[in-house]
Ligand binder design. Sequence first.
Ligand code: AHR
Length: 670
Amino acid sequence: MRKFATISLLTIGLSVAAQTHVLDVNTKKLGAPVQPTMYGIFFEDINYAADGGLYAEMVKNRSFEFPQSLMGWRAYGNFEVRSDGPFERNPHYVRLGYAGHNDKFTGLENEGFFGIATKKDATYRFSLWARCPEGGKSTLEVSFVDNDTMGEDQRFARVNINIEGKEWKKYTAEIKSPRTEAKGALRIFLTGKKVTTDVEHISLFPVDTWKGRENGMRKDLAQALYDMRPGVFRFPGGCIVEGVNLESRYQWKNSVGPVENRPLNENRWHYTFGHRFYPDYFQSYGLGFFEFFQLCEDFGSEALPVISCGLSCQFQNPDPTKPGVHVALDSLDSYIQDALDLIEFANGPVDSQWGKVRAEMGHPEPFNLKYLGVGNEQWDYDEQHGGFGPVFTARLKKFSDAIRAKYPNIKLIGTTGPNSEGWDFDLLQPRMKELKVDLYDEHYYRNENWFLSHGLRYDSYDRKGPRVFAGEYACHGANNHKWNHYYTSLLEAAHMTGIERNADIVHMATYAPLFAHVEGWQWRPDAIWFDNLRMFKSVSYYVQQLYAVNKGTNVLPLTMQGKPVAGQEGQDGLFASSVFDKATGEVIIKVVNTSDKAQPLSIQLQGMKGTRTAQIITLTHDGDDDENTLDNPEKIIPIEGSCQVDAGKKSSLLLDDIPAKTFRIYKVKK
Ligand code: AHR
């Protein structure tokens, strides 16, 4: 964890006033284990999270497979789009020929994702597949251009690539940028003797990617994920798993193997919201299942892939009997086979069909997949709501029977649909128990009132049923205040005390969505924002990170004012939880003051005696609407401090005035 700025806490050590809240932490009694998977990340290609985001490819429509082949490109001179290229599933390419006069240019220019952004002194790896179809040799001049500049500086970095022969070959070149340019473009001119040249899969990556991988991730964004210490990593969505129809569902098999031959898929987020319309948003699958598993390994996270259950988006296809939108129950075999093959891809021996694919991609060792999600936001229908019956659970049962028969150790994740309460949730929750899924995935994007009044949500859950995965949640401000701001993040911190106190039943929780490009978002709030050169971590990110790095190993019983837990609405707006960390020997107490007044706390550490120094981490700010930004990325960050723990009469005693609207963590070595 980063070292935060240190403040001296002048408020510590105030005498106990009448309205003091007494928190009793029983440090002798270890409660339920906090699962290593407890706090994780959920990745979906929404808000340009993958193409144009984490996936470091800078060229948009690199294989000319967008429905309009030259979308994202400007083409000049004598060019032709052809469709008999070397890659079966991406057949389009461009033929560049002599433009009719030596002074005329033939070429292509790519606009990138909201521009091609280069950094001063950074090196970029350009590559393409090319040939001279009529034989001979040609030269391509590849340059970074700034179209706002006229003169020699317009092409401010250049390299020549010589193409030779009639066979398709891959060519690469490195280009160093002499300056930082946020809104540049990538230009290719046919030059030299202007011999006819075919070009395909034109790609540009920074050399300095996460772990230096060629088909790599943006280093700053991957580092931010790593810094969250995610225990579990759910991918690849979200709604994109389902598709708006079966054809556009995420098909993991299309996302593995050589990148040149991974077929394009549409991205539903390009048109889901007419007011946030991005007609050039597609999924290249360059960040595919192999890369997801690799990231899980890098981060030390359990992989949790989610696959289509044969139902395309139920929001968009309300009539499940309509032909073509959902797979009939008796035609699910290929979908179930996809699930079984995925487990083989992740875990199978190198001589199995899919284990071999993994090995050929450079990972002969298994990925040790343990979890599999079937379906995203799916549901059944009762008589009052369509009367179509157990549309989801009937399919889930078929998957479950087949997966359990072949892979009994894989933990299956079901879902309670898009709502955290209501008729659909009430219908599905008991069915998850009947089907004996290991966990079910709950989603709640709810407003401030909901977050302030669900402090006891998990206290009443059936302990004999499946465990809970809070797979998508975030506090969305009411009255359309659905953007990142401090107060909603604070309420997420308050809610998470309830998740933590109930670690026996809640085994995973992942905030959503994870990423958003400032110029290309469809959904907010989000954890991490970026443009092409910079990024910032939202306050919600820091809340998640603080929980993850301070999750401990076991829940510790805690009472507030003698009551077993903070109430549904907290007590005076105070929410709390506590854990013990066996590895460090620390007692960790999290307190969130959601009220607008400072509140005196008396934290009694039962089972501990004598004085100590406690570490304190504080996340606070004055303005409810404040947030970090690209220009001021560290406006609100956790601040570290320390305070004295006194020798109380019976136990060690920590006195504090927790400021208004503050999340504070106290760490005391036992
Ligand atoms: O996180 C954005 C969307 O919210 C997800 O795709 C979907 O699962 C939920 O409705």
